[in-house]
Design a protein around this ligand. Structure first.
Ligand code: ACO
Length: 332
């Protein structure tokens, strides 16, 4: 069976920078608290009406296509990961296709929050491995700032999230030992309510009303400590699952790119794997948690910094709402 490999990556970061000090003016928080608990120094917020979810996805996609030496017309299929689509439906893959000028090809949205990009990559990989498509565009894009409670009540979540987009072009290869070696996808819906946005949701008629808005049920809720505890267990577990499936050990890894959830989670993962700090990528200080966009943005920056070379063994790993957790082992 043929394999799939990443031949281009790209990112789009909104222009507006929001520092921790700016958040201090909106809610009862402090730069010191945010840095110490999360490692975040600043994040970017998309501009209303201009930097939309699908538009940012398209900018990241164009950058990824440039690196791949391709044009949008070379793409056979789109897999689009986001928790913050511009509409309840359709998903953002459809409007992004219009920005890229390629109507007609399939566009599938993936709803797996922080794990979205790894799920999307796994789906794209399967489409290529089975021979259905040759070139698949995988996108992760988020506009979080329009959905946050920016008062003191919402501070635990509001300080964490940021906006941005990242993309990868996946193409078919006959090289057996290169590309995506394996993907490992998990979920446990028992914990859905520990990290969720309840409204709008079809369980009530109508899907959202004034009471829901007044009660703050339209904002993300996160049981922070509970999520933290599960994340520090599931990240190493799913990375070891990928290593074991391919007969590798942690010391064989050239780079781990974890979803950028919290610097303390990343440090705990590094300690559990017993690998040097330089082998675990981090850029959360600049962007916060950009959910489905965090991994493709991180891959792009790791490549820019020369941390990923031909033949590098790279593990992507994520944990988030669902709960969901996933990994992907890649020989570059
Ligand atoms: N500024 C100042 N104080 C705050 C803030 C804030 N922004 N947020 C909470 N606090 C206060 C709390 O009210 C609490 O005060 P109290 O002791 O008087 O009650 C105190 O700080 C400690 O709060 P904790 O929630 O216990 O703080 P913790 O050390 O757990 O850090 C955090 C909170 C950063 C949210 C942490 O729990 C975390 O990182 N959790 C995991 C996040 C994550 O990985 N999410 C997954 C991805 S998200 C996705 O999938 C969509």
């Amino acid at each position: 069976m043929r394999n799939s490999k990443i031949v281009g990556v790209g990112k789009y970061i909104p222009e507006r920078v929001v520092t921790n000090f700016e958040l201090e003016k909106m809610m009862d928080t402090s730069d010191a608290w945010i840095r110490e608990r999360t490692g975040i120094v600043e994040r970017h917020w998309a501009k209303e009406g201009e930097e939309t979810n699908s538009w940012m996805g398209a900018q990241a996609a164009k950058a990824a296509l440039d690196m791949a030496g391709m044009t949008p017309r070379d793409i056979d299929f789109i897999v689009y990961a986001t928790l913050s689509p511009e509409f309840y439906f359709p998903g953002s893959g459809c409007p992004m296709q219009v920005h890229l000028g390629i109507p007609g090809i399939g566009a599938m949205d993936v709803r797996n929050q922080c794990t979205g990009f790894v799920y999307a990559l796994a789906a794209a990989d399967q489409f290529i491995k089975t021979g259905m498509y040759n070139n698949v565009l995988v996108v992760g894009s988020e506009v979080q700032n329009s959905g946050l409670n920016l008062s003191t009540e919402g501070r635990d979540v509001a300080v964490i999230f940021g906006d941005g987009a990242g993309a990868a072009v996946l193409t078919a290869t006959d090289e057996k030992n290169k590309g995506i070696l394996s993907s490992h996808l998990h979920a446990d819906g028992n914990y859905a309510k520990e990290l969720w946005v309840e409204k709008p949701g079809s369980i009530t008629y109508p899907v959202v009303d004034k009471t829901h808005v007044d009660e703050g049920r339209i904002y993300p809720y996160m049981n922070g400590r509970f999520v933290f505890k599960h994340a520090v267990t599931k990240f190493p577990e799913v990375i070891y699952e990928a290593l074991n499936a391919n007969n590798y050990k942690a010391e064989d890894l050239d780079l781990v790119i974890p979803h950028q959830a919290n610097e303390r989670i990343t440090e705990a993962v590094q300690m559990r794997l017993q690998i040097p700090k330089e082998k675990v990528f981090s850029n959360i200080h600049k962007y916060g948690n950009t959910t489905a966009a965090s991994i493709p943005i991180a891959i792009t920056e790791a490549m820019e910094e020369g941390l990923i070379k031909d033949n590098s063994l790279v593990c992507l790993a994520a944990f988030g709402s669902g709960f969901t957790w996933a990994s992907s082992l890649i020989r570059w």
